[in-house]
Design a protein. Sequence first.
Length: 265
Amino acid sequence: MILEDIVESTKERVEKNKKYRSIYELKEKAFQMPIDQSFSFQKALEKEGMSYILEVKRHSPSKGQIVSRFDFKEIAKEYEMIGADAISVVTEPDYFKGDDDFLKEIKKIVKIPVLRKDFVVDEYMVYEAKLLGADAILLITGILDEITLMRCINLAHNLGMSALVEAHSSLQIKKALRVGAKIIGVNNRDLRDFSVDIHNTVALRQLVSDDVIFVSESGIRTRKDIELLENNHVQGVLIGETMMKSQQKRHTLEVLKGLVKEDEN
């Protein structure tokens, strides 16, 4: 399965990185950095109404190259300008053609919080995220055992970063809750076969109390999708391909927010 391949590739990447910089070196440097306990990413999702996390994403294993011209800094600046609450930056290099430098450079030019979206396999990558300037990290319940998941969440919090804990099933939701996740994201895309069903969010929403921030990820394309999620008390959405492919990003976001109708310009 593709997910297993990505995880294996990520583990190899981490082992290679450890040969150049040990986890002890990363740890020392990470804790020397300023640690802001205000958790800007979490605050961005706690606002009244739907919060929008817009994604900088170059490539997808299922769709291939998403856009022909990929100016990641220009895209990030535009996202901030049009009203994104946070930016997700895909850094996985082998299957998504991401790069750590994308996040590092974006963080220098935007003021809104930035999420590192990668396939975290151990604590080493949490320290990496801190050194890159991330305000939050993605942790996928399907690839981490419960102890590692809990340790990564706690480490992120100790370093002043939020953790978006991703689930796809009821068992994974329960796992996220057991380890004390403050932000849970439901991936509507099944990473085993890349099929997408936005109703996965709706089905799992009832398992999570309102004191945990609930985010829907993947497959969100229309105002009707947003209305469905709003009606089921979802607090945030993470939108990638819809925004990346849009030639009029401001208009697309305004349509999703219900500020203008689909056919207006």
